[in-house]
Design a binder for this molecule. Structure first.
Ligand SMILES: [Zn+2]
Ligand SMILES: [Zn+2]
Length: 406
């Protein structure tokens, strides 16, 4: 067996892109010819992600909202095209100089993502950062290198417990600090000061009863979950290459009530517990809210996916960081002030992209589904082509070694 590092040092180093089979034409021709493919790949990938809210929220749409969504879609796609294209150009350029395993995709991806990351809007950058960090957490779990990752990977109970803690942190951050992290549901609003605690009822929704409040929430998230489940089923059926009759059957088979169960249980437990606690223990709204947010996280048991787990952990860490920033906004400690204003997410982002592309190309068994989808969409399936070709050439090299030793 030839190790990957040895293979790169001794063989791939001396081979051109054509000899490795990465692309058949000269590098310059490849840059020019593949540009439209990068544009199509990115615009296709970001379309459902960025435009789905238009479908879900179609009742409350107006011209301004549609324009904002389309702009967001355009910015996400162009950022993806730019990162992917720079990475591709650098991969070819780096082959001319010193070439090792990290020159293959890691360093080009690092430089490519670092060079454009400061150019996009804060909202687009946040979206990219969250997705990349989420995929890296998933990869960290899949690699099972450390005791903590092995424990979390193998235990659904531990995953649920951490998801519940994340849910509590995110919703509490929204209630008390007005943090803007994206989450499955909107947090309840802070009720007004309660003057007479003796006669106090639930203060969360002054214009309606608790039952109606609960019903409204469940109905809203039930429909949202159902829409998502139907769309997921349609997308997976359309993308499969089957006959139209099999597709009709697939549409029914692919339909699973995952998001529906997740959203409905989440909002049901959250609203019910908060109303219940506020009714019987009035005056402790923050504490009641913390407990109900924590319990709402139990919905994870209905959709125990590593992707969702990683999503919750990333948003919980971001919320905690925002809370620390808000709490220490007026600190006189210079070091702390500089640390809190440092663009940590932006510094970590290139490492995250580089690690993800590297893993997807050379150790695909540790790559998450989402990670693989992102890297392949942005770089026009470079990891997929690169992985196949490297494996083919490596097999040829190993066969030559075997023949020599016979
Ligand atoms: Zn090339
Ligand atoms: Zn209530």
């Amino acid at each position: 067996m030839v190790g990957m590092s040895k293979f790169f040092e001794e063989h791939a180093k001396h081979m051109s892109c054509q000899a490795l089979g990465i692309h058949s034409e000269p590098c310059l021709e490849h840059f020019l010819r593949d540009m439209p493919k990068y544009v199509t790949s990115n615009f296709k990938y970001f379309a459902p992600l960025c435009l789905l809210p238009i479908v879900i929220d179609w009742r409350n749409l107006n011209k301004k909202k549609i324009r904002q969504r389309l702009e967001y879609y355009f910015h996400c796609s162009t950022m993806g095209v730019t990162i992917g294209y720079i990475i591709n150009c650098l991969i070819c350029l780096m082959r001319k100089g010193r070439f090792g395993i990290y020159h293959f995709v890691f360093i080009p991806s690092f430089i490519g993502s670092a060079s454009v990351h400061f150019l996009a809007s804060a909202r687009v950058i946040e979206f990219f950062e969250t997705s990349i960090f989420q995929c890296n957490i998933e990869t960290f779990l899949l690699m099972k290198k450390f005791l903590i990752s092995r424990l979390i990977f193998d235990s659904k109970i531990l995953q649920t417990y951490i998801f519940m803690i994340s849910s509590a942190i995110i919703l509490q951050g929204k209630l008390l600090y007005n943090t803007k992290e994206f989450w499955i549901l909107e947090s309840n609003s802070q009720p007004k000061e309660i003057e007479n605690q003796e006669n106090c009822k639930c203060q969360l929704h002054p214009n309606m009863g608790c039952q109606q409040y609960l019903y409204q929430g469940v109905k809203k998230y039930f429909l949202l979950g159902l829409t998502l489940d139907i769309l997921k089923s349609v997308i997976s059926t359309v993308s499969a290459k089957r006959s139209s009759q099999s597709k009709r059957l697939d549409l029914i088979k692919n339909f699973q009530i995952r998001s529906l169960a997740l959203f409905t249980v989440n909002v049901g437990v959250y609203r019910f517990t908060h109303c219940f606690l506020n009714k019987y223990i009035p005056g402790c709204n923050s504490l009641n809210h913390l407990l109900s947010s924590f319990l709402a996280g139990v919905c994870y048991t209905f959709y125990p996916q590593k992707q969702l787990f990683a999503f919750a952990v990333v948003h919980a860490i971001r919320t905690l960081w925002s809370i620390i920033q808000i709490e220490n906004a007026n600190t006189k400690n210079t070091f702390l002030r500089r640390l809190l204003h440092a663009p940590i997410g932006r510094i970590l982002f290139p490492f995250g992209v580089a690690h993800l592309v590297h893993i997807d190309c050379l150790k695909p068994e540790y790559s998450s589904i989402l990670g693989s989808a992102i890297t392949n969409a942005i770089t026009n399936k470079y990891p997929l082509t690169g992985r196949r070709q490297i494996e083919l050439v490596k097999q040829k090299v190993e066969a030559t070694y075997k023949n020599r030793n016979l």
